[in-house]
Design a protein around this ligand. Structure first.
Ligand SMILES: [Zn+2]
Length: 90
């Protein structure tokens, strides 16, 4: 039985080795945990969680992001991401 959002990645021997090193270094129990952590870290580098709808909003500039889900423009102000402009639904 497979879960619908399960991701099966075929890893090369070298990739498997890299993951094993990361598992050891990050003290994570499984390959899945390593992948989850890395995906999260990378996503956070280029996107922020939209304060308006909770979806990921892609950064368009260092301190500006735009959400494709609710079309909000999010600005970084004093270390906090805030919705500066929300498209009104008519
Ligand atoms: Zn949003």
């Amino acid at each position: 039985m497979q879960h619908s959002d399960e991701v099966n990645v075929h890893l090369s021997e070298q990739e498997q080795e890299m993951i094993e090193i990361l598992m050891e270094d990050l003290e994570l129990p499984s390959t899945d945990d390593v992948i989850r952590l890395l995906v999260k870290q990378e996503a956070q580098r280029i996107a922020v969680v939209c304060p308006s709808c909770g979806h990921y909003a892609r950064k368009t500039q260092q301190d500006v992001a735009s959400c494709n889900s609710c079309l909000s423009i999010i600005n970084l102000s004093e270390g906090i991401w805030e919705v500066s402009q929300m498209r009104k639904q008519s």
